[in-house]
Design a protein around this ligand. Structure first.
Ligand SMILES: CC(C)(COP(=O)(O)OP(=O)(O)OC[C@H]1O[C@@H](n2cnc3c(N)ncnc32)[C@H](O)[C@@H]1OP(=O)(O)O)[C@@H](O)C(=O)NCCC(=O)NCCS
Length: 138
């Protein structure tokens, strides 16, 4: 497996389509700026990726996704650590994100990585589906 730091719109869109109910298309990646990307490839195919956006010393983690058949092998943790290292190198102070209160797997993943909840937007994604705000000081 290899890690890559470039943008691969088509490859990331493939993961999006396999993982998320409302996937980003390849064009959605092209329209964004200030992004940081990390991806893991196996036999020429992207199997996991992370997208973040850095502004000054703060970085927002936008997306992290691993194809179902590659989960629970530490790939997401590896991608997150690649982001943390790059933030540290650029004097970043915090990584923050928003996650659905229904996404219990992602919440467990973020908590294990040291993220702390510091806010909640009630019913943000729909009735009974809150947005939890989480931060990781680095
Ligand atoms: C969340 C996600 C990225 C985790 O990817 P992963 O590569 O399987 O995660 P890791 O193997 O690095 O797991 C690290 C830790 O997170 C926690 N974790 C991950 N998946 C878990 C699960 N299904 N149940 C409970 N805890 C879990 C565990 O503490 C795990 O450590 P452990 O395996 O030593 O117990 C993956 O499940 C995914 O792609 N989900 C769909 C997309 C998504 O919801 N993304 C987040 C919002 S953008």
């Amino acid at each position: 497996m290899v890690i890559d730091r470039r943008l691969h719109p088509e490859g990331f869109a493939e993961i999006e389509a396999a993982v998320f109910p409302s996937p980003w298309t390849a064009n959605a990646f092209l329209s964004e700026s200030n992004r940081r990307y990390f991806s893991i490839w196996d036999e020429g195919q992207p199997v996991a990726y992370l997208a973040a956006c850095a502004v000054l010393d703060e970085t927002e983690l936008w997306r992290i996704a691993v194809l179902p058949q590659f989960r629970r092998r530490g790939l997401a943790q590896f991608l997150l650590h690649a982001l943390i290292d790059s933030c540290k190198n650029e004097k970043g102070t915090v990584i923050f994100l928003e996650v659905s209160s229904r996404n219990t797997v992602a919440i467990r993943f973020y908590k294990k990585a040291g993220f702390l909840q510091d806010g909640c937007r009630s019913n943000y994604y729909g009735p009974g589906d809150d947005a939890l705000l989480m931060r990781l000081p680095i």
